[in-house]
Design a protein around this ligand. Structure first.
Ligand code: FAD
Ligand code: NAD
Length: 475
């Protein structure tokens, strides 16, 4: 029998998916999960050894673990005596505290791995590049896909003259990993990270100085709330140098000598620290993806430009989360992930950018949704204010947590809620009611007429809503 004619060599077909997501942070992994739920075949490329992105590995979750531990320590050392509870010698085991934080992170990142297996999402391990639309390369293998979603997130913005070594001069990643309590921690940047991590180390005993370029802290938040926040933090022992910039850092035998200058110019001075935390914002991560060759448009801050449905200017490539415009928040990235997956599956996903809460998880917490007073003034919108202090709330008194207030901004003509700002105990949980109300287009009166359980902190929300019309009862 004749031998069959040899067939020409056929290279193996590249594995193919409906969707490849690049980056397994809250934006990317949630997009992958929702797309898989909707029946798409999905892969997700992640270069980190674990899933969950900045948020689960070096962001939201580890910072909240340390905030909780340090809050417990501060309560035991400072607050419990007022309740008639005293303990003997109180010791602090920082290694155990850090180990607990690692356990919390471990449980969360393993949870995402479980969800990937459950939803049959393929984890492509390694750094991804995009050789062409419809193709993604990871660890030397190329894959085909109908759609690519870039969810590569963000990283700390470097500060010229202050080189991060993650030992003496740390980013948030190093600031979460300290193995000894600093004697003097200087935080550059009075934003979310600076105030949360500054609070952690202050509560554990460090002297903390926050150097902020502007003449106020948390610049995106309501000005009145920011002022009150700074006063409360100062009472907790945090020091502030506002309107000041750091122009140089020199490491010494014992720490770092920082050169400080007034933001508007003036005589420089030196400030010594043993640890410096650089927290002046975050920037989009796009290097190495091959965007220049593809011609993917980016804005002046390096963020990928998308339309309202997350499409870039290159067909078949979308982007979401910290790598595009908007607040760099995990829940914003997650909601974009869901909306985009639903669009890719032919549904009508949507995110309401007017109602994205933001929370600083210090104690007291600071929470906001909607517009600030400054924004309403700038937009020329007439508004009414309702405010209620936690000093007048029974539950806050019982807790011993009376710092802060609820502030509600409502349209002067229609009473519709325009913004809500809370500084106080559990503000992050309380803001959810006002976000829900705003999502439903509620008025301040709608909130005021809801029956709120007594005694709860949420009664302060009701009272602030009543106060919009001058009808607060307990003040
Ligand atoms: P990321 O979470 O940054 O994930 C992107 C992922 O993409 C990363 O895992 C990265 O390794 C991967 N990646 C990048 N390039 C490639 C590539 N080429 N190939 C493969 N993988 C790649 N937000 C909140 O809402 N609440 C908080 O309490 C909060 N706390 C924070 C605390 C700290 C200290 C920090 C730093 C941030 C915090 N944030 C918080 C912000 C939050 O972490 C981010 O908004 C969120 O993680 C953004 O999600 P993302 O999916 O867009 O990107
Ligand atoms: P940020 O934007 O919150 O704050 C940065 C601060 O640094 C600002 O107040 C800014 O005026 C100041 N600044 C800028 N340049 C400076 C300079 N040269 N010298 C002194 N001050 C300077 O940024 P961040 O704290 O680095 O956090 C990054 C982002 O991560 C946040 O904006 C937020 O989106 C996210 N995040 C959220 C949470 C949360 O939701 N609880 C927690 C941490 C981080």
């Amino acid at each position: 029998m004749d031998n069959p004619a040899p067939r020409a060599y056929q290279p193996p077909m590249p594995q193919s998916f409906d969707l490849i997501v690049i980056g397994a942070g809250p934006g990317g992994y949630v997009c992958a999960l929702r797309a898989a739920q909707l029946g798409l075949s999905v892969a997700c490329a992640e270069k980190r050894a674990t899933l969950g992105g900045t948020c689960l590995n070096v962001g939201c979750i580890p910072s909240k673990a340390l905030l909780q531990s340090s809050e417990n320590y501060a309560a035991l050392t400072h607050d419990f005596a007022a309740h008639g509870i005293t303990a003997g010698a109180i010791t602090l085991d920082l290694a155990r505290m850090q180990a607990r934080k690692a356990e919390v992170v471990g449980a969360n990142v393993k949870g995402v791995e479980f969800l990937f297996r459950k939803n049959k999402i393929t984890w492509l391990k390694g750094e991804a590049t995009i050789p062409a639309p419809g193709r993604v390369a990871v660890a030397g293998t190329e894959y085909q896909t109908k759609h690519i979603v870039i969810a590569t997130g963000s990283e700390s913005t470097p500060l010229p003259g202050v080189a991060v070594d993650e030992q003496r001069i740390v980013s948030s990643t190093g600031g979460l990993e300290l193995t000894a309590i600093p004697r003097h921690l200087v935080v550059i940047g009075g934003g979310y990270i600076g105030l949360e991590l500054g609070s952690v180390w202050r509560r554990l005993g460090a002297e903390v100085t926050v150097v902020e370029f502007l003449d106020r802290i948390v610049p995106t938040m309501d000005g009145e709330v920011a002022q009150s926040f700074q006063r409360i933090l100062a009472r907790q022992g945090m020091k502030f140098r506002l309107g000041t910039k750091v122009t140089a850092a020199a490491t010494t035998e014992t720490g770092v000598a920082l050169t400080l200058e007034p933001a508007k110019g003036g005589t420089p001075e030196t400030l010594e620290a043993d640890i410096v935390l650089v927290a002046v914002g975050r920037r989009a991560v796009t290097a190495g993806l091959g965007l220049e060759a593809l011609g993917v448009a980016r804005d002046d801050r390096g963020r990928i430009v998308t339309d309202a449905h997350y499409a870039t200017n290159i067909p078949g490539i979308s982007a979401l989360g910290d790598v595009i415009a908007g607040p760099m928040l995990a829940h914003k990235a997650e909601d974009e992930g869901v909306a985009l997956a639903e669009r890719l599956a032919g549904q009508a996903g949507h995110v309401n950018y007017d109602v994205i809460p933001g929370i600083v998880y210090t104690w007291p917490e600071v929470a906001a949704v909607g517009r600030t007073e400054e924004e309403l003034k700038a937009a020329g919108i007439a508004y009414r204010i309702g405010k209620f202090p936690f000093t007048a709330n029974g539950r806050a008194r019982a807790l011993g947590d009376t710092d802060g207030f609820v502030k509600i901004l409502a349209d002067a003509a229609t009473d519709r809620l325009l913004g809500a700002h809370i500084i106080g105990p559990d503000a992050g949980t309380l803001i959810a009611e006002l976000a829900t109300a705003m999502e439903f287009g509620a008025s301040a009166e709608d909130v005021a007429r809801i029956c709120h359980a007594h005694p709860t902190l949420s009664e302060a929300v009701k009272e602030a809503a009543l106060a919009v019309d001058g009808r607060a009862l307990h003040i």
